[in-house]
Design a protein around this ligand. Structure first.
Ligand code: NAD
Ligand code: UGA
Length: 466
C-alpha cells in the first residue's frame, strides 16, 4: 500500500487513544487526527472547555489538548464520518480479561476489537492501513484481517493492510513516554504500510529507536514486556517479606542488586502489589495462550507472578489487622491514596481496592483521601456506598475525605497506599496530635522518613524494612 497519509482516525478515546493521538497531533501538524469513541460522555469530557474535566489526568496532557483540539485533533462519536475519511486507523479499544465463556478469567475479551474491526470493514473507503494499538493476544491480527478480507471481497474498492504497533506508555508519565519512548515497535508484512507508519514516527523519534518486525513477534513482545515488568515487582515484593523477617532492608537490597547492569535499577520498588488495567490481564492472557498450546508448566510459571501479587495485598491487610490488636472493628483508618500509582487518576486494579475491602470486611471505618480520585470513582471501585453517619458503627464502612488532615483526624492508623509526592513529607507532629493512641502508620510504599515519624511517638511499619 503506497499512499500519502493525511487523515488518521483512532478508535477508542481512553488512556491510550487520547494521550497518544494528542502527541501525534502535536508532533505532526500536517496530519488531521480524529479520536472516535462509542461512549458519548467520554467524548463530551474530551471536548470540555474546562480542562480539569478531561477524562484522564496526565501531566502535560491539558496543554496538548488546548494547543491541538479543533485545529488538527478532534474527538467525536461520529465513527462513520471519521473512519470513512481515514487513510490510517488505529484500534485502541479496551481488551479486558473475559469474565464468562471459554477462557473466562484468563483470555482477553476481544469483543471490542471485533466490533471496531467491523466498523472499519463497514465504513472505510479505498486503501486503509489498520494499526493494532491495543494490547492483543499473539495472532489477533489474523482475526482482524479475516473480518476486513470479507468486506474487501464484497467491495473491491476497499483494500486493507494490518500492522501491529503496541503501546508501551505507562500512566502517570504517558506524555513523556510518548514523546521520548525507549523504542517504537512496528510489526507487519507489508513493507509500504510499515514505511508509512515509520514516517509518521520519524517526525519526532530517532530512526534507531524504531524497531520493525513481523506481526506475531510484535504482538507477543507487548505481552512479554508487561509480563517481565510485573515479574520484577512480584520478585522484589517476595523479597520484601523476607527482609521484614530477617532485619534486612529491601531498599538497600534493591539498590545493591540494581547496580548490576544486567539487572538494572528500574522497577525494583517493593510496594502493595502492582495494579493498573494491564499487568494482571496481560499475564493471565499469556497463561491462557501457554495452556492453549499445551505448555502447562510454563503457564504455571507466569501464573505465580499474579499469585504473589494477590498475596502481597493480602499480607498487608492481614498485618494491619494484627498490629491493631487483631481487630479494626470500629476503628477509624485513614487511607492515603487510592489510584493504582502516583500521578494518575486511574483506579483500575488498584491495590487500594482489595486492601480497603479487607479492612471494611473486618469492621474498619475508612476515611479515604486521594488528590486526583473522586468520591464517585471510589464508590464504583469498592462497589459499596459511602457512610454518612458517625464513626462508632460496628459495621465496616468508608467515607471520602477532602484532605490528609480530615482523613487522619481521630484515626487509629494511617495507611499510605499510593506514592503521591504530598505523602512523602507529612507534618507528623500535627498529625500525631490529632490521632488516637497508639497511632500507627503503615507505609506500603516505604516513602516516609520512619525516624521522623517515630520521633513524635508514632508506630511505623514500612514495607520491606526489617
Ligand atoms: P480504556 O478502557 O481507557 O479505553 C478504551 C475506549 O474504547 C473506551 O472509551 C471505549 O468506549 C472505547 N471503545 C470500545 N469499543 C469501541 C468501539 N467498537 N468503537 C468505538 N469505541 C470503542 O482502555 P485503555 O486503557 O486506553 O487501553 C486500551 C488498550 O491499550 C488495551 O488493549 C490496553 O491493554 C492497552 N494499553 C493500555 C495502557 C494503559 O496504560 N492504560 C498502556 C499500553 C497499552
Ligand atoms: C505498565 C507498563 O509499565 C507500560 O510499559 C505498559 O505500556 C502498560 O503497563 C500497559 O500495557 O498498560 P502502567 O500499568 O501504567 O504501565 O504503570 P507502571 O508504572 O508499570 O505501574 C504498574 C504497577 O506496578 C503500579 O501499581 C505501580 O505502583 C507498581 N510498581 C511499579 C511497583 O510496585 N514497583 C515498581 O518498582 C514499579
Amino acid at each position: 500500500m503506497n499512499k500519502e497519509i493525511k487523515n488518521i482516525c483512532c478508535i477508542g478515546a481512553g488512556y491510550v487513544g487520547g494521550p497518544t493521538m494528542a502527541v501525534f497531533a502535536d508532533k505532526c501538524p500536517h496530519l488531521n487526527i480524529s479520536v472516535v469513541d462509542k461512549n458519548p460522555q467520554r467524548v463530551r469530557d474530551w471536548n470540555s472547555n474546562d480542562f480539569n474535566k478531561l477524562p484522564i489526568y496526565e501531566k502535560g496532557l491539558d496543554k496538548l489538548i488546548k494547543k491541538c483540539r479543533g485545529k488538527n485533533l478532534y474527538f467525536s462519536c461520529d465513527l462513520k464520518k471519521y473512519i470513512s475519511e481515514a487513510d490510517m486507523i488505529f484500534i485502541s479499544v479496551n481488551t479486558p480479561t473475559k469474565t464468562k465463556g471459554l477462557g473466562a478469567g484468563k483470555a482477553s475479551d476481544l469483543k471490542w476489537v471485533e466490533s471496531s474491526s467491523r466498523e472499519i470493514a463497514d465504513y472505510a473507503k479505498g486503501e486503509t492501513i489498520v494499526v493494532e494499538k491495543s494490547t492483543l493476544p499473539v495472532r489477533t491480527a489474523q482475526t482482524i484481517k479475516s473480518i476486513l478480507d470479507d468486506s474487501q471481497s464484497v467491495n473491491k474498492d476497499k483494500k486493507f493492510t494490518v500492522l501491529s504497533n503496541p503501546e508501551f506508555l505507562a500512566e502517570g508519565s504517558a506524555i513523556n513516554d510518548l514523546e521520548n519512548p525507549d523504542r517504537v515497535l512496528i510489526g507487519g508484512d507489508n513493507l509500504e504500510s510499515i514505511k508509512a507508519l515509520v514516517n509518521i514516527y520519524l517526525n519526532w523519534i530517532p530512526e534507531d529507536k524504531i524497531l520493525t518486525t513481523d506481526l506475531w513477534s510484535s504482538e507477543l513482545s507487548k505481552l512479554t514486556a508487561n509480563a517481565f515488568l510485573a515479574q520484577r515487582i512480584s520478585s522484589i515484593n517476595s523479597i520484601s517479606a523476607l527482609c521484614e523477617r530477617t532485619g534486612a532492608n529491601v531498599k538497600d537490597v534493591s539498590l545493591a542488586i540494581g547496580a548490576d547492569r544486567r539487572i538494572g535499577k528500574e522497577f525494583l520498588n517493593a510496594g502493595p502489589g502492582f495494579g493498573g488495567s494491564c499487568f494482571k490481564k496481560d499475564i493471565l492472557n499469556l497463561v491462557y495462550i501457554y495452556d492453549y498450546y499445551g505448555l502447562h508448566l510454563e503457564a504455571k510459571y507466569w501464573e505465580k507472578v499474579v499469585e504473589i501479587n494477590d498475596w502481597q495485598k493480602k499480607r498487608i491487610s492481614n498485618l494491619i489487622i494484627e498490629k491493631l490488636y487483631g481487630t479494626v472493628s470500629g476503628k477509624k483508618i485513614a487511607i492515603l491514596g487510592f489510584s493504582f500509582k502516583a500521578n494518575t487518576n486511574d483506579t483500575r486494579e488498584s491495590p487500594a481496592i482489595s486492601i480497603c475491602k479487607d479492612l471494611i470486611n473486618e469492621g474498619g471505618n475508612l476515611s479515604i483521601y486521594d488528590p486526583k480520585v473522586s468520591q464517585n470513582q471510589i464508590k464504583v471501585a469498592l462497589n459499596l456506598p459511602s457512610r454518612n453517619t458517625s464513626f462508632d458503627e460496628t459495621e465496616g464502612n468508608w467515607d471520602f475525605a477532602d484532605s490528609i488532615s480530615e482523613a487522619s483526624s481521630s484515626s487509629d492508623a494511617i495507611v499510605i497506599i499510593t506514592e503521591w509526592d504530598e505523602f512523602k513529607q507529612l507534618n507528623w507532629k500535627e498529625i500525631k496530635s490529632k490521632m488516637r493512641s497508639p497511632a500507627w502508620i503503615f507505609d506500603t510504599r516505604s516513602i516516609i522518613n520512619n525516624k521522623e515519624a517515630q520521633k513524635f511517638g508514632l508506630k511505623v511499619w514500612s514495607v520491606g524494612q526489617g
